[in-house]
Write a protein that binds this ligand. Structure first.
Ligand code: ADP
Ligand code: MG
Length: 713
């Protein structure tokens, strides 16, 4: 960008690195508010620091997320000249005053000024953070419709963003000039396998993206299809692939206790006692897992299977194999209800075969917890089942050989690593004595009902071996899904009545109220009371997150034993709960739930042989995404298809959950549109690891800095 002023102003100043074009405005807005709260112009570097831009190379890789035409930025006087024309205009100015008045109603009036004039901004609803953002002296870029007000032209509720004129651009320009950025990609990667690719050098691409010359196709910049963007995206995806492949290799260097399958032990006895035959898919994944566990390297396998496909039994079989080999197994679940259900089921299966199973959850009394932990530590307990309580420091395993994490997407990376970290200390020490320094870790099996679309599997999960149960146990009939307007509640209650008269059980899921747990609770209690009154001849139960664990467990047990016909519940029943006699699922305000959640909830029915129905009650009018989600639910019960559409609607960040993806989030590449780049990055990574190890180092250092460990869980 030597000398010439850019024709477009790329907006990097206050957007987070992870924010992408098309994001909800809220996120970028919040970041902007924070930036402004940090305040004084002299803190610009501090602010960049806060965004994680510590090294020059971070700064130059902090690319514009949006491009705006400078011509849309009008001097205030010009903008005012167009007031009342119904045009949306954009101006920039410094806050001259900011007053909150209470009459005629509470409002905030902000005056901004530039060299040409002054403009009033009026806010009728506002938060403290907005007031802060628009403090006197702040430089704002505002966008909205100008109206002729009583005291002159004004904008009511414009979009506001704090800007620091020029500063970040200058910092980035300086960094670009200082940072040498030698090529990290070997020639074959730059040119493509057939020499057809001819990727441009990184510094050129960065310069172009930071200050695009006028003749550049603006559309390609915005859509990120410009070759300069492609180079950046490839670099990023390549860093991800290299890192994943390296951690895979590192894992192979670690050792794990080999526990080959043994005939005539617990596993055989358990299989013989099973009341049903494993499905073909279950048999196949059991074989895959058994083979991994027989190897002296840690298994790192994801077991994927739609809700109701029978993953629990597979986990139980793996646990048997570990126990047969003289090791302990641990099973961790994300909620107490689910963990408890696993505990009941598995101890009912295994204790008759002489296997001591312990239960560890946060709600246990201190003494009971200590006793359970003591059994785990002495090795008396062969199988430990529980929640996060399992990974507390006070819990030490005598000989942990297998850790199973159910509904793994509900756990954070750190939590999964923690369970894996509870390796067998003796074995590690013994190996230390024999001069082998390899770290010993248990085999790890992760389970999830959330299917992973292909591009995600190749990126975030490339480090996992995946087993898929693609078949439901026989005799299931698909759940029929209906959308019902909230106004027809009486008919829904009538359906509940019928189902119960047929000897079936019913879940009634209360609306999700994200803003207030108290309000959610209140709604649940009200729904419960309404149903009790409307269905006097039925037994209705209520379960929610605030219930003491013992009561929660008691209600669930009553429902499982069919002593309750209707269970009113908040989303605490979302994952895993298994009551095959339940055949009707009512979800209130279904439009408030995400697709994955709806799919999980619906998966609570259709587990027995009776035809099951899911009624999605909604309140009109529906938002476009609400409508899209509900339509998806009605159209398909295929978890894979639902996940694919979910990915489309939400993007991978939210799909995976922030905790899951950690800082490993892709900033530039878009898995929906850049699938071919993912493919290419995968091939290129293999080539580089094989033939260009130095390039691998340089590339990872540039792109990931010290953040690599997030990719390893
Ligand atoms: P999920 O995969 O959702 O965790 P579960 O393990 O809870 O599914 O299994 C769902 C239900 O199917 C349970 O009641 C379980 O006992 C039953 N089940 C599992 N495998 C089979 C099978 N091969 N034949 C019949 N029923 C099975
Ligand atoms: Mg399950």
């Amino acid at each position: 960008m030597p000398g010439t002023a850019p024709d477009r102003i790329p907006e990097t100043t206050d957007s987070l690195p992870a924010a992408r074009a098309g994001d909800k405005p809220g996120r970028a807005g919040k970041a902007a508010a924070k930036g402004a709260a940090a305040g004084k112009p002299s803190s610009a570097m501090a602010r960049l620091h806060k965004l994680g831009l510590k090294r020059d190379v971070d700064l130059v890789l902090h690319l514009p997320m949006r491009y705006e035409d400078e011509t849309t930025l009008l001097p205030i006087a010009d903008a005012i000249g167009r007031a009342g024309m119904g045009l949306t205009v954009q101006v920039e100015g410094v806050v001259a005053s900011n007053e909150v008045s209470l009459r005629p109603r509470r409002q905030m009036v902000v005056k901004i000024a530039d060299d040409t004039g002054e403009l009033t901004l009026r806010f009728l609803n506002f938060y403290g953070s907005q007031a802060q953002l628009m403090a006197e002296g702040a430089c704002l870029r505002v966008r909205g419709e100008l109206r002729g007000g009583f005291f002159g032209a004004e904008m009511v509720h414009p979009t506001v963003r704090a800007v620091t004129p020029g500063e970040a651009l200058k910092a980035i320009g300086g960094a670009l000039a200082r940072t040498p950025l030698p090529e990290t990609l070997p020639l074959p990667v730059l040119q493509g396998p057939l020499g057809q690719l001819k990727l441009q050098a990184l510094p050129e691409c960065l310069r172009l993206l930071h200050s695009p010359p006028q003749e550049v196709d603006e559309h390609a910049l915005i859509e990120r299809s410009h070759p300069a963007w492609q180079r950046i995206k490839l670099d990023e995806l390549l860093a991800q692939q290299l890192s994943l492949k390296r951690s895979q290799a590192a894992r192979r260097d670690k050792s794990a206790p080999p526990m080959p399958r043994r005939e005539g032990g617990l596993l055989s006895a358990f299989l013989a006692a099973l009341p049903f035959k494993l499905t073909g898919a279950q048999q196949r994944v059991v074989e895959e897992i058994a083979k991994d566990m027989g190897a002296p390297h840690p298994m790192h396998r994801l077991l994927q299977g739609d809700v109701g496909s029978g993953k629990t039994i597979v986990a139980a079989l793996a646990a048997c194999q570990a126990i047969d080999a003289g090791y302990q197994a641990a099973l961790m679940a994300p909620t107490e209800i689910l963990a408890e259900q696993h505990f009941r089921k598995l101890s009912a299966w295994l204790e008759p075969l002489g296997v001591p199973v312990v239960w560890l959850a946060g709600s246990l009394k201190t003494r009971a917890k200590r006793e359970a932990a003591a059994k785990v530590e002495s090795g008396e307990a062969k199988l430990a089942i529980g929640t996060h309580a399992l990974i507390q420091d006070s819990v030490k395993f005598a000989r942990l050989g297998l850790s199973v994490v159910d509904e793994q997407h509900r756990f954070g990376v750190a939590q999964r690593l923690a369970l894996r970290g509870k390796a067998d200390p003796d074995a590690a020490a013994a190996q230390g004595k024999t001069g082998k320094i390899a770290e010993t870790v248990p085999h790890q099996l992760m389970m999830s009902a959330t299917p992973i679309p292909r591009t995600l599997a190749m990126t975030y999960y490339a480090d996992l071996d995946v087993s898929v149960i693609d078949e439901l146990p026989p005799g299931r009939t698909p759940v029929v899904t209906r959308l019902v307007n909230d106004a027809r509640r009486d008919e829904v209650i009538e359906r509940v009545h019928h189902a119960a008269a047929d000897g079936r059980q019913v879940y009634w899921v209360c609306p999700l109220i994200e803003e207030s747990e108290a309000l959610q609770l209140q709604t649940a209690v009200e729904t419960y009371e309404t149903l009790v009154a409307a269905l006097p001849e039925l037994k209705v139960g209520l379960v929610h997150g605030r219930l003491p664990p013992a009561e929660k467990a008691a209600v669930m047990e009553d429902f499982t034993a069919n002593r309750l016909q209707v269970l009113v519940a908040t989303t605490v029943i979302e994952v895993g709960v298994d009551v095959p006699n339940a055949s009707l699922m009512v979800i209130e305000h279904a439009e408030r739930f995400g697709l994955a959640q709806l799919h999980q909830l619906r998966g609570r029915v259709g587990r027995g042989s009776a035809e099951s129905v899911c009624l999605l009650m909604y309140q009109a009018p529906l938002s476009p995404t609400g409508r899209e989600r509900l339509a998806t639910m009605r159209e398909t019960t295929d978890g894979f298809e639902i996940a694919r559409r979910d990915l489309q609607i939400r993007g991978p960040g939210e799909f995976l959950g922030a905790r899951q993806s950690g800082e490993a989030m892709l900033r530039f590449a878009d898995l929906n549109t850049d699938a071919w780049l993912v493919d290419y990055a995968q091939e290129a990574a293999e080539l580089m690891l094989l033939r260009f190890p130095e390039a691998v180092e340089a590339h990872l250092l540039r792109w990931l800095g010290g953040r690599e460990h997030y990719l390893k869980a």
